[in-house]
Design a protein around this ligand. Structure first.
Ligand code: FES
Ligand code: FES
Length: 176
């Protein structure tokens, strides 16, 4: 399908992209300029992933791409053909929250909640990376996820609490 990029007058062809999205295979038509974030929010209605800065600086848009955390505002959807994408909507197992989600609830690790989906996805990705060996490491590795409400102490407590269970869920043996 040939379309215009609004405001630029540029004509481009839509591309078909296959994604495994929250465990379900999807084939999607995307414009070459569509970010993964806009695909999720605008095209698919998965509004759990938030748009904050849209410039890679706040972490609100963090999702898991092939198991690794990524700022979805910084990647084009067409670049992710064949990838596995997990958003906050895909973390729970049926009616059971992911351990990291449950820990955020338990520790009151949010105020307005706008940063929360990104914080949770980032924390799970960080544990999967297996590089955070201490609370200081966690603070450092989570520094790309900003919280304007300043809920950092509770966020760190939630991550600390859920680390072991998350590691087990990911099948990891290393110690974040
Ligand atoms: S919206 Fe992507 S990093 Fe801020
Ligand atoms: S809870 Fe409001 S921005 Fe983090």
């Amino acid at each position: 399908m040939s379309t215009n990029n609004p405001g630029t007058g540029i004509h481009a062809e839509a591309h078909t992209v296959a994604l495994e999205l929250n465990g379900e295979r999807r084939e999607l038509e995307v414009q070459p300029w569509t970010t993964l974030l806009d695909l999720l929010r605008e095209q698919l209605g998965l509004t759990g992933t938030k748009k904050g800065c849209d410039h890679g600086q706040c972490g609100a848009c963090t999702v898991l791409l092939n198991g690794r955390r990524i700022n979805s505002c910084l990647t084009l959807a067409v670049m992710q053909d064949g990838a596995s994408v997990v958003t906050v909507e895909g973390l729970a197992n049926g009616g059971e929250l992911h351990p990291m989600q449950a820990a955020f609830v338990e520790h009151d690790a949010y105020q307005c909640g706008y940063c929360t989906p990104g914080q949770i996805c980032s924390a799970i990705g960080m544990i999967g990376e297996g590089r955070a060996q201490s609370k200081e490491d966690v603070r450092e590795q989570m520094s790309g996820n900003l919280c304007r409400c300043g809920a950092y102490p509770n966020i760190l407590a939630a991550i600390d609490d859920a680390a072991e269970q998350t590691r087990e869920a990911l099948g990891k043996e290393s110690t974040p």
